[in-house]
Design a protein around this ligand. Structure first.
Ligand SMILES: Cc1cc2nc3c(=O)[nH]c(=O)nc-3n(C[C@H](O)[C@H](O)[C@H](O)COP(=O)(O)OP(=O)(O)OC[C@H]3O[C@@H](n4cnc5c(N)ncnc54)[C@H](O)[C@@H]3O)c2cc1C
Ligand SMILES: NC(=O)c1ccc[n+]([C@@H]2O[C@H](COP(=O)([O-])OP(=O)(O)OC[C@H]3O[C@@H](n4cnc5c(N)ncnc54)[C@H](OP(=O)(O)O)[C@@H]3O)[C@@H](O)[C@H]2O)c1
Length: 438
């Protein structure tokens, strides 16, 4: 009981810290906006010193948002964001939209709104991929341009080879929507579906598929003794209960070692062969740190993460101007997620604002247990939220009424009106034709 009381007190403390940070940043952005109105701001041409941010998802987009809105209006610095995706890709809803039809456009949020209020000239957005980085420049893949930088942020996140349900693996919204529709159709057409990996992605896609199609045979194969094994026992039990309630067949302590698309046979380490119509890979992601492999190979750990100092400068004393945050950074976060990525991003932004003012970066990132909180859907109409500090854990069970989950909230928080998108309007005919074909 005492442990639980302590936990609730800590939850309140964490919420207050979050609110305080947001208020502080909003007040500073308002002051900068006012100063820009009264005194004017440096033009893009006058801002010759670049802070380059590689990747604009939860981590990179947040760094860009905080810095561009906080730089003094007369600053010679500007933010340059390099991101290949046409839209912000909202990972949280991908497992759901791989199963349920009609919402796929909501997973792609127009970029731009989150930068609202940043003074004119304070940032430039480049839709491209960084191919390589040297001591002074960032080389772009498509345009062949080399962008000089004084300060660099690597926020390239993590990825998977097979794409959905974990990642889209397409840069364009329309292509991404088609990939989601393709997965929905394959699940609808399959009688037996094998899902490999009992982390959050595997559990969510398996429970959604079984909830929507109760007559299908859905098999979830997980390497460990319990699904969601990285979390507390309460969540492990709740996830198992959710799978069993729906009738998902659970195979534990076994691994998928091979899957043959032609014979549709999935081979397990135990020797068991399962024939299925569809194999869905949810076996986890890897950090995308290759961009640093020439500039600072020693900063890349054996897991592929970027080694960092507590200030989130990379662990390379010769490069104090290079930072990393989010999934790609080796922060020892127990459950790397959007919350921890955004908190790291705030630390990076604050340190860069000190550096451009000629001061020493002094903000440090510490893992807070509440960063690891997770909301796990267990079918179309319910979810469980888990918070644990290693000693104690609490679970909140909720009814889920919105099939699109937190899409609308994500759009609003990123400064976009749900679900208005000029891009979708411009491609309306193609989108409608695809939906009718499906
Ligand atoms: C299926 C799924 C569901 C999830 N659900 C939740 C959830 O409900 N709640 C939660 O908190 N977390 C959730 N997560 C975790 C969360 O999505 C990640 O922790 C978060 O996306 C990390 O953000 P990031 O910015 O570090 O990296 P990413 O989101 O991986 O983004 C990296 C960005 O960098 C860009 N990039 C990569 N390489 C380059 C390059 N060479 N040049 C330029 N740009 C590049 C990419 O295009 C991308 O936009 C989920 C993850 C998955 C896979
Ligand atoms: N609702 C949410 O908040 C949400 C939803 C989805 C994802 N996420 C987050 O996104 C990240 C990625 O999630 P994820 O579910 O894609 O990956 P994950 O958490 O790494 O889970 C994948 C699991 O698959 C197991 N596995 C690996 N290879 C296997 C094989 N061949 N056969 C059977 N099992 C195998 C892994 O265990 P081993 O260690 O034994 O290899 C691992 O536990 C995580 O941080 C996760 O928390 C969050």
């Amino acid at each position: 009981m005492l442990e639980k009381t302590k936990l609730y007190t800590k939850i309140v403390g964490y919420a207050l810290l979050f609110l305080w940070t947001e208020v502080r940043l909003a007040v500073r952005a308002t002051i900068v906006r006012r100063q820009a109105l009264w005194l004017g701001s440096s033009t893009a041409e006058e801002r010759t010193r670049n802070i380059v941010i590689v990747g604009a998802s939860f981590a990179g987009y947040r760094v860009a948002h905080v810095i561009a809105r906080s730089l003094p209006p007369r600053s010679p610095y500007r933010v340059i964001v390099v991101e290949p995706n046409s839209h912000f890709q909202f990972t949280w809803v991908l497992p759901r939209f791989c199963v349920v039809k009609g919402h796929e456009h909501k997973a792609f949020v127009p970029y731009g709104g989150y930068m609202a209020g940043a003074p004119e000239g304070s940032y430039r957005w480049i839709k491209d991929k960084v191919a390589d980085i040297d001591q002074a420049t960032v080389k772009l893949q498509d345009s062949d341009e080399a962008i000089p930088y004084e300060i660099l942020v690597v926020a390239t996140g993590s990825g998977v080879r097979d794409g959905l349900p974990s990642r889209v693996n397409a840069t364009d919204k329309l292509d991404g929507m088609k990939l989601l529709q393709g997965m929905q159709n394959r699940i609808e057409a399959a009688r037996t579906v094998v899902v490999a990996g009992g982390g959050a992605a595997g559990v969510e896609v398996a429970t959604d598929a079984k909830a929507l199609y109760p007559d299908k045979h859905i098999i979830l194969i997980h390497s460990r003794a319990a699904v969601m094994h990285r979390f507390g026992q309460g969540l492990q039990a709740a996830a198992r209960e959710g799978l069993e309630r729906l009738g998902v067949e659970l195979v534990l302590q076994d691994r998928v070692v091979n899957e043959d698309a032609t014979s549709r046979a999935v081979a397990l380490q135990s020797g068991r062969i399962i024939t299925c119509d569809l194999f869905v890979n949810c076996t986890g992601q890897r950090p995308l740190s290759e961009v640093l492999s020439n500039l600072s190979p020693t900063s890349i750990s054996s897991t592929g993460h970027i080694k960092i100092k507590p200030t989130l400068q990379i662990a390379d004393d010769s490069l104090p101007n290079v930072y990393a945050c989010g999934d790609v950074a080796d922060t020892n976060t127990p459950n790397p997620n959007a919350r921890s990525a955004m908190r790291q991003a705030t630390v990076v932004a604050e340190n860069i604002l000190l550096a451009v003012a000629g001061k020493t970066p002094r903000h440090v990132y510490e893992n807070l247990w509440a960063d690891g909180a997770i909301k796990l859907t267990l079918g179309l109409d319910r979810s469980v939220t888990h918070l644990g500090d290693g000693t104690s854990e609490v679970l909140f069970r909720s009814k889920e009424r919105d099939e699109a989950l937190m899409s609308a909230m994500c759009w609003s928080r990123l400064g976009a009106k749900p679900f208005e998108d000029e891009y979708t309007d411009a491609h309306k005919a193609v989108i409608e034709a695809d939906v009718n074909k499906a």
